[in-house]
Ligand binder design. Structure first.
Ligand SMILES: *[C@@H]1O[C@H](CO)[C@@H](O)[C@H](O)[C@H]1NC(C)=O
Ligand SMILES: *[C@@H]1O[C@H](CO)[C@@H](O)[C@H](O)[C@H]1NC(C)=O
Ligand SMILES: *[C@@H]1O[C@H](CO)[C@@H](O)[C@H](O)[C@H]1NC(C)=O
Ligand SMILES: *[C@@H]1O[C@H](CO)[C@@H](O)[C@H](O)[C@H]1NC(C)=O
Ligand SMILES: *[C@@H]1O[C@H](CO)[C@@H](O)[C@H](O)[C@H]1NC(C)=O
Ligand SMILES: *[C@@H]1O[C@H](CO)[C@@H](O)[C@H](O)[C@H]1NC(C)=O
Ligand SMILES: *[C@@H]1O[C@H](CO)[C@@H](O)[C@H](O)[C@H]1NC(C)=O
Ligand SMILES: *[C@@H]1O[C@H](CO)[C@@H](O)[C@H](O)[C@H]1NC(C)=O
Length: 411
């Protein structure tokens, strides 16, 4: 029989417990709620050695099949090794959440190719389906929160073989109304994030890191997508921090710290025989530090289509090569093909800082010309004191105001 004072003590204890650990209670109800799917409950080891691809696919199957807004959880206590997985939609619920709290690592090149060749006995090396670490396809209203988590692509096992079909880490195909925030991705074998056929995506607080000399490790590659915003992100890589390519429109990049890397680029465009287009791009409040380029438009001779309505503004340069560059002879390899994409309505406004070389501005357009090019409030000086910056301008029509170095555009 408990005495009344014992009883009192017990009640006090229970009360204290409830006040002290409300999050404990809340969390345990959350994880047992039917709409949360934890990869560990599907057999993921999280030991950094065993292949957890199968467990991720099973957990995704239930997540995507759920009726009520489901959340897929990759928990913090683990390092999850993956080969390559495709997470297909459409899903049943109107929106799907992913919480990446733990670490995902890609398997090494040798193992990756071995698994791909076992699953695809008729193909040597990678196939389309095995050349991405994680693909989301046709998932609408997906939201990924990477707080506390990260994805590493083990690029060092691939980089020495530049001609190998190297994988991308994260690919979104036909994913509309996408939100990705607070995600760290490192050392991709090739591009870190690639978008195809997506409409309405926001990427915030994305941290991308790969060595400056790693081959083709673009931060973002955007194709055939529209209404895309990338904001407040830090991108260090071996190629374009952001490349905006064929079929893209209404793309914004703001608050991006880029470098090392090759800058923020439109293109390259015109490599194929198809009509290629990019329009309505707004890049603002970005910093380029020790990059090979800053604001760049690159088109290949012989292409057709256009790049138009593009604004780069409020850009800070710290020892950047080619801070402003339009290059219509990109990858020309001495080819003298006639014709080029029509580059028009491009504004570079509010640039300041230092350039690594004297030639700070290059507007190298084909004889057919670039039109409505505006330089305004540009102030670039060489990083080396005592030198003067210069501008090289061919066939660029437009105007230049309050710009140093001085450029004479044709009217
Ligand atoms: C998309 O997801 C958000 C947040 O989960 C939700 O409020 C919204 O209704 C969803 N949109 C559609 C079209 O279902
Ligand atoms: C995407 O999902 C829709 C249904 O929402 C379906 O009709 C379409 O075939 C799917 N596309 C792909 C590429 O899977
Ligand atoms: C981002 O993640 C870090 C931990 O990785 C966390 O401290 C921070 O609160 C997160 N930020 C947001 C906006 O979720
Ligand atoms: C874009 O996607 C977000 C996130 O799902 C959603 O809240 C918003 O309504 C969408 N915007 C449009 C114009 O559909
Ligand atoms: C991009 O920025 C422009 C303003 O410069 C705004 O009108 C447009 O809605 C933005 N688009 C996206 C997808 O953020
Ligand atoms: C510019 O971007 C930085 C992040 O790089 C952000 O902290 C700052 O608030 C932004 N400023 C404006 C005016 O948007
Ligand atoms: C660019 O910076 C100037 C001065 O700092 C500011 O007045 C202007 O609003 C900024 N523009 C944008 C689009 O952020
Ligand atoms: C290129 O674009 C400009 C501006 O839109 C236009 O005036 C010109 O006719 C176009 N040139 C060609 C060859 O399409």
């Amino acid at each position: 029989m408990p005495t009344s004072s014992n009883m009192q003590r017990l009640i006090t204890c229970l009360l204290i417990l409830c006040f002290v650990s409300p999050c404990l209670c809340a969390r345990s109800t959350l994880t047992t709620k039917s709409n949360t799917y934890n990869v560990k409950d599907y057999g993921a080891h999280g030991d950094g050695k065993s292949d957890d691809s199968g467990a991720f696919l099973s957990a995704w199957k239930d997540t995507c099949g759920a009726q009520e807004t489901p959340t897929l959880v990759i928990p913090s206590e683990g390092v999850f090794l993956l080969n390559y997985i495709t997470l297909n939609g459409p899903c049943n619920a109107p929106s799907v959440n992913i919480q990446l709290q733990g670490k995902i690592v890609a398997s090494a090149k040798k193992e990756w190719i071995k698994v791909s060749e076992i699953q695809n006995p008729n193909t040597k090396g990678l196939t389309n389906d095995t050349s991405n670490l994680i693909v989301f396809s046709n998932v609408t209203n997906l939201s990924i929160d990477g707080s506390g988590g990260s994805i590493d692509g083990y690029g060092s096992s691939w980089w020495e073989c530049k001609s190998c079909g190297r994988p991308t880490i994260l690919r979104f195909k036909s994913c509309n109304d996408l939100t990705v925030s607070n995600l760290t991705i490192t050392n991709s074998p090739k591009a870190h994030i690639r978008l195809n056929s997506c409409d309405n995506a926001t990427f915030s607080d994305i941290n991308i890191r790969a060595p400056g000399d790693s081959p083709n490790t673009d931060g973002f590659d955007i194709y055939t997508s529209k209404n895309i915003l990338i904001q407040n992100s830090n991108i260090q890589c071996g190629d374009d921090c952001i490349a905006i390519s064929d079929g893209s429109s209404n793309i914004n990049a703001t608050g991006i710290a880029c470098g090392p890397g090759h800058g923020i680029s439109i293109g390259s465009l015109g490599r194929s025989n198809a009509h290629e287009t990019v329009e309505t791009v707004h890049v603002k409040n970005c910093t380029f530090t020790n990059t090979k380029n800053g604001a760049r438009i690159k088109t290949v001779p012989g292409g057709s289509g256009y790049a138009r309505n593009i604004i780069f503004e409020n850009i800070t340069l710290i020892n950047a090569d080619n801070p402003i560059i339009i290059d219509q002879y990109y990858d020309s390899y001495g080819k003298s093909e006639s014709g080029a994409l029509n580059v028009s309505d491009v504004t570079f406004r509010g640039f300041s800082g230092t350039a690594a070389k004297q030639k700070a501005i290059t507007l190298n357009c084909c004889p057919s010309g670039c039109f409505d090019i505006v330089l305004d409030h540009v102030d670039i000086v060489p990083s080396t004191p005592g030198k003067t910056a210069s501008c090289s301008c061919n066939n660029a029509h437009g105007k230049s105001t309050e710009t140093v170095p001085q450029c004479s555009l044709s009217s």
